[in-house]
Design a protein around this ligand. Structure first.
Ligand code: CDP
Length: 231
């Protein structure tokens, strides 16, 4: 197996013009300071990612998703990843509240997209579009296209979860460029990367961040909802 990179939660196997993502059972928080292994997490998060990306593909969003291989693999388009975390917020929470104040769960007047630079050592600093250009991370045009696609994808996911009576507060996307240089949604979409709430009930990684027990019970509820999306 030609593993070309290994992150905190995924291994990437090179298949030539495509890749195979192997989702691991690891869960981390606080830039990797907190780390555990939860059996079956890779299977749950890969299936949720596969089904949500399939849903987005059908809505016209260009994603990496090609095929789900149970229990924990996704065959995907090969992308040159842009080292950014693209956060879409519908409600105030997490680092937004720490930085700008307000209360967890308060509505934002309109959806907000933020860029942070993917670097555990620098603690993922917030970046403006000008930083991206000047530091050579990406062009203004690509940044604008990412903002547009992130908002669209965020809105479709919000609609999906709303139809299952769950609120999507915020989420993190990662984008890359495909072999033709086209912007494509990659990485993962799972309760590890979104805040999902239902009147005070938490269905996402905040269960782990706040030591509220084993998060997989709630991740499985999310998986069941996503199984309404055909693969
Ligand atoms: O979660 P935290 O307070 O550290 O950061 P945030 O900026 O409020 O996170 C916004 C959303 O992006 C949440 O749904 C996080 O789970 C997700 N996120 C992520 O998936 N990976 C990161 N490294 C940072 C945030």
């Amino acid at each position: 197996m030609n593993i070309v990179s290994e992150g905190k939660t995924k291994k990437v196997e090179d298949l030539g013009t495509e890749v195979m993502l192997h989702f691991k059972d690891d869960i981390t928080a606080g830039d990797g300071a907190k780390h555990d292994v939860l059996q079956n997490k890779g299977a749950i998060c890969s299936e949720i990612t596969a089904r949500l990306m399939k849903y987005l593909n059908e809505k016209g969003i260009y994603t990496m998703y090609l095929e789900y291989l149970p229990p924990n693999k996704i065959r995907a388009r090969k992308l040159k990843m842009i080292p950014l975390e693209v956060i879409v917020r519908f409600k105030k929470a997490g680092s937004f509240v720490r930085r700008y104040g307000g209360n967890e769960g308060e509505d934002l007047p309109s959806p907000l997209v933020e860029f942070t630079y993917k670097s555990d050592t620098l603690h993922d600093p917030l970046m403006c579009v000008e930083h991206l250009e000047v530091l050579g991370i990406t062009t203004k045009e690509i940044a604008q296209s990412i903002i547009q696609q992130a908002k669209e994808a965020g809105n479709y996911l919000k609609e999906f979860f709303e139809s299952h009576s769950i609120e999507l507060w915020d989420m993190k996307f990662e984008f890359g460029l495909d072999l033709d240089g086209k912007v494509c949604l990659g990485d993962e979409i799972s309760p590890d990367t979104m805040r999902l709430r239902k009147s005070g009930e938490i269905f996402d990684k905040d269960i782990y961040r706040r030591d509220l027990g084993n998060p997989l019970e709630k991740y499985e509820v999310v998986l069941k909802l996503c199984q309404s999306i055909d693969l």
